[in-house]
Design a protein around this ligand. Structure first.
Ligand SMILES: Nc1ncnc2c1ncn2[C@@H]1O[C@H](COP(=O)(O)OP(=O)(O)OP(=O)(O)O)[C@@H](O)[C@H]1O
Length: 990
């Protein structure tokens, strides 16, 4: 038989020859085609593989049998290769086949497949009652030729079934029938044995698969356990965060408590301060009234006292003036001081001798030598020797300045021969100021002393009488002579020169400038007697306006300071021309002065004042209402004795003149007095108003302070209210956040549970239908896998993931209502849906009993459900006992109701409600910006972990924690059993 004939259909007609076998093997090795493998008759094993494109040839080797060949076949099957295998052992023909059209798993069903197609040689080779099912479309004709066993070639066809290909193999023709029958019997036994082993093998195989599935389940269980651990750790972290929030909350509460305490203290202080301010205000008003009356009375007394003092002062001043004037009057109306100049250098050089004796000068007497005659003694008011300086001279002159400021007219003039020192005495030099300067200086000094009582105005005029003409020396030279100055009488006993410049002076600097101006403009000339002889009468008029601030008395007085021109003998001085004329005018005016003095001395009814300009100007001073002082200047030189005697005689006559009492020059005194009194009254009223205003300002300031304190208190109260409202809002937000977190976890668990179910359905065979397998395990004493063991070993039960944990999300509005209305009775809320995620894929989800409302994140204690889970599918079975024991301390009202009490319809509705609550919770969570961010931003105010209500704020009560409703404090022993410490607030477990 050619090998090519085997290709299609494959047919082994003679496999007995070694040559053919080798050829087949060679063909197999060459992969050209694949026969039904080789045939090893001695070993009664035949294995063939078909379909060169999809089957892997299996070489039959010595020792292989059908059982041994199972593994490679199985391996081949596992590798996904379709095969068609046959196994023939003993005379029985056992056909194990598979085709590309038969699924791989049908391999295990091959006995079913071959049922009815077994061939027994014992009662003759015949076909089965039902031909083998070969689903391949094409006819498959298999021919087995077993020459060694004289096994007929079997042809298997989809149409005809098994047929013997040759009649020579019929039983009738078999020569070794007995042996074969024995062998066939043996084979039959073996076949039966094999058939008995086959299910065992299948069961083993299935056992292995189940083991693998169990391993996978164990692995998934491990993963679930790890996931559960992660969740637990996450819950722990959440609890830790909540603990932090609780601490933060307690800190807030403590700070709020401090603020409340401080506010209370501030309120008390404010009330105290308000009361004090009110008392102070009332006292102040009373004091103010008392003080005002006291001030009024004191003021009145002071005013009266002031008036008395003023009157007394005025009276005293008046008396002083009168006394002083009386003294002056006693001393004489015209006082005469005699001053002798020292010998000048020329005279000293010429050997002139002193003609005047000043031994009795202190007594006002001097003795003058006379030519061949006895000495003559003159008596004057004061005698100043050549050694007397300017200050000493002015010392006795100063009282006149006081009289001028008191309102009296005064006149000081210097008389004497030329060169005797008149100008020196009146004007002086820069180093030695004269009477003019010193008198004005004294005036300003006294004005300074009296500035609080009397207001003075000083003005000066400087003029000269030169050649019987009045010249204003304060007018510049170009304007001199433009206007003729005349003396006019402006009132009784008052003469004035209209047009005369009156320079207002406020200090000595201005006085000095005016004096210098006048001195520079004065007409001087050189004579034999004096190099700088004054050729005119120089007059400094000081006008004083005084206003007594106390009594309003006004005075207007004048002080005449006159430096007369020097009298001289024309023959002696030998003047001529203009100087002669000047001298004549000077002598004429001095003669007129002498006449006036004589008239005054003789009390003539007519006083020839108007005989000269000089006497006309001095009329007010010499007329009787003035105080007059004359300096008679004399020369000590013997050669000037005659002039000295003339001067002293003239002075003696002047000294004898009685001018009468001086008259005070009062100016509109009454009117000014009343005016001053009105002003004084106004000033007093102003002072009183000022004091009243000051008092009102003080009261107003106190009122402002009181209002500020009220405002501060109000602000503090507003802040506390704001903090309270903020705390309430944050507590609500935090509670919503926690609830949404729990709802999210629960939803996640449900989703994972559903996913696990969906994944487990196609992958796993129906375990429920394989209970028999379990029994097989029991029979084989193969210990089943205890799925609860890992959980027990890990002590997972202590995490207490109780079913009631998922009950938190529902009734969120009730939480808020209850939070805001703690008086509402706690109502037992039927959970919408409760349950736990089952870790067993084939276990039905069993709804737990309705749990009470949950307000805490603390994992609730596990309560054993009434519904019994299959023992092998309850990994928490060992936990239940412990948790039940732990739950003994919990109020029985808090325990969930048995599930058996809920009908399926109720459970369905509860489940729907729970889903809706979860969905709303998730939606709320989605609407939140970020609860964690809010928590971080709001510095962690914890809420929800405990039903706590804190009363703070305006009532001033101390904040305290109050357990509401059915909140129960867990004993410390049970708290310590908990592995998680989630703060004080979490100890209240519902
Ligand atoms: N008491 C004195 N001590 C020192 N020197 C004096 C004194 N009196 C006058 N003399 C000097 O004598 C000189 C003449 O004085 P003064 O010019 O004052 O005289 P007089 O009387 O004003 O002369 P006349 O009338 O010509 O103006 C001056 O140089 C002056 O310094």
């Amino acid at each position: 038989m050619e090998l090519d004939e085997w290709q299609d259909p494959l047919l082994i007609t003679d496999v007995s020859s070694q040559q053919q076998e080798e050829q087949q093997l060679s063909l197999i090795n060459s992969h050209k085609y694949y026969p039904f493998s080789s045939l090893d008759v001695s070993r009664n094993t035949l294995m063939g593989l078909k379909d060169s494109t999809r089957c892997t040839p299996i070489k039959i080797e010595e020792g292989n049998n059908a059982e041994n060949l199972k593994d490679p076949v199985a391996e081949s099957v596992i590798n996904g290769r379709d095969m068609l295998g046959f196994s023939l052992t003993s005379p029985d023909l056992v056909i194990c086949t598979g085709s590309p059209d038969i699924p791989r798993r049908s391999y295990g069903d091959s006995p079913e497949f071959l049922k009815g197609c077994s061939i027994s040689l014992e009662n003759g080779i015949k076909g089965s009652e039902q031909p083998p099912v070969i689903t391949k479309d094409e006819d498959l004709c298999l021919h087995f030729e077993l020459p060694s066993l004289s096994v007929p070639i079997v042809s298997i066809s989809s149409e005809s079934g098994i047929q013997f290909s040759d009649d020579k193999y019929s039983p009738q023709n078999n020569s070794v029938e007995v042996d074969q029958r024995l062998q066939l019997a043996k084979v039959c036994h073996e076949k039966e044995l094999k058939e008995a082993k086959w299910p065992v093998e299948e069961l083993k195989r299935e056992n292995e698969l189940k083991c693998k599935e169990c391993a996978e389940a164990w692995k998934s269980l491990k993963e679930l356990q790890n996931e559960l651990m992660r969740k637990s750790m996450h819950v722990g972290s959440l609890a830790f965060a909540i603990e932090g929030q609780v601490k933060e909350k307690s800190r807030w509460f403590s700070s709020l408590r401090d603020l409340t305490r401080k506010l209370k203290i501030l309120k008390m202080d404010q009330i105290k301060v308000s009361e004090e301010a009110l008392l102070y205000k009332q006292q102040l008003l009373a004091d103010f009234a008392d003080m005002s009356s006291t001030i009024q009375s004191k003021l009145k007394e002071q005013v009266e006292l002031h008036e008395d003092l003023k009157i007394k002062f005025v009276k005293g001043a008046k008396e002083r003036k009168e006394l002083y004037n009386k003294v002056l009057d006693l001393k004489g109306n015209i006082r005469v001081f005699c001053r002798c100049r020292p010998l000048n250098a020329e005279e000293t050089a010429a050997g002139a001798s002193m003609a005047i004796d000043f031994e009795a000068a202190k007594d006002g007497e001097l003795t003058v030598k006379s030519n061949g005659m006895s000495k003559k003694t003159y008596k004057f008011d004061a005698i100043f020797s050549p050694q007397a300086d300017q200050a000493e001279v002015f010392e006795d002159t100063a009282p006149l300045a006081t009289s001028v400021l008191d309102g009296y007219n005064a006149c000081i003039f210097a008389y004497g021969q030329t060169g005797s020192g008149k100008t020196f005495t009146m004007e002086g030099t820069e180093e030695a100021r004269g009477v003019n300067y010193r008198t004005l200086e004294e005036l300003f000094r006294i004005i300074g002393e009296r500035k609080n009582t009397v207001h003075y105005e000083i003005s000066v005029s400087v003029l000269e009488v030169y050649n019987e003409q009045i010249r204003d020396l304060l007018v510049s030279g170009s304007q001199q002579g433009v206007k003729r100055l005349e003396i006019k009488q402006v009132g009784e006993g008052m003469h004035h020169v209209p047009g005369l410049v009156e320079a207002h002076v406020n200090n000595m600097t201005e006085v000095w400038e005016a004096l210098q101006t006048g001195s520079n403009a004065r007409a001087v000339g050189s004579t034999n007697a004096n190099e700088h002889s004054s050729r005119s009468h120089c007059i400094l008029c000081v006008m004083v306006k005084g206003e007594n601030l106390l009594n309003g008395e006004c005075t207007r007085s004048k002080l005449w300071l006159i430096d007369l021109a020097g009298s001289e003998r024309i023959a002696k001085t030998e003047v001529q021309g203009e100087r002669l004329k000047e001298t004549q005018n000077i002598n004429r005016s001095l003669s007129a002065l002498g006449d006036v003095i004589s008239s005054l001395a003789t009390k003539s009814p007519h006083i020839p004042f108007r005989n000269s300009k000089l006497t006309h100007l001095l009329q007010d001073s010499l007329g009787g209402d003035s105080k007059t002082l004359m300096f008679v200047q004399i020369s000590p030189n013997e050669s000037d004795l005659s002039e000295t005697h003339c001067s002293l005689n003239f002075a003696s006559r002047v000294r004898g003149i009685e001018l009468g009492p001086a008259k005070k020059q009062v100016d509109s005194m009454e009117l000014l007095k009343y005016k001053q009194m009105v002003e004084k009254g106004k000033q007093d009223m102003k002072n009183k108003d000022f004091h009243m205003k000051k008092m009102e300002d003080t009261i107003h300031g106190l009122d402002i302070k009181l209002k500020e304190k009220d405002m501060k208190n109000k602000n503090l109260q507003d802040k506390i209210k704001e903090l309270e409202s903020q705390l309430l809002v944050e507590r609500k937000l935090a509670r919503q956040h926690v609830n949404s977190k729990i709802a999210e976890q629960f939803q996640q668990q449900l989703i994972e549970q559903q996913n696990e179910k969906q994944e487990a359905a196609p992958m796993r065979p129906p375990f429920a239908n394989k209970i028999s397998v379990q029994k097989t395990y029991d029979e084989n004493k193969d210990p089943p896998i205890n799925t609860t063991r890992p959980l027990t070993e890990n002590n997972f039960h202590k995490l207490s993931m109780a079913p009631a944990t998922v009950d938190c999300p529902f009734k969120q509005n009730n939480l808020t209502e209850k939070e805001n209305n703690p008086d509402i009775d706690e109502q037992v809320v039927v959970p919408k849906r409760s349950g736990r995620a089952s870790m067993c894929p084939i276990a039905n989800r069993i709804l737990p009993a309705p749990a009470p409302r949950r307000n805490s994140l603390v994992p609730l204690r596990y309560v054993a459900p009434v519904t019994k889970f299959p023992p092998s599918l309850l990994p928490l079975r060992s936990i239940q006992a412990e948790e039940t024991e732990d739950a003994e301390g919990v109020d029985s009202k808090c325990l969930p109701e048995p599930t058996s009490q809920c009908s399926p319809k109720e459970l369905k509705s509860v489940s729907k409600k729970l889903n809706s609550v979860l969905r709303r919770s998730l939606q709320k969570k989605m609407q939140f910006k970020s609860p964690l961010q809010q928590y971080i931003r709001r510095v962690g105010v914890n809420v929800g972990a405990e039903k706590v209500r804190v009363s703070i704020g305006s009532r001033g009560r101390m904040a305290h924690r109050t357990l509401l409703g059915n909140a129960i404090r867990v004993p410390k022993e049970n708290q310590q059993k908990q592995r998680w410490n989630i703060g004080t607030a979490a100890r209240a477990v519902l």
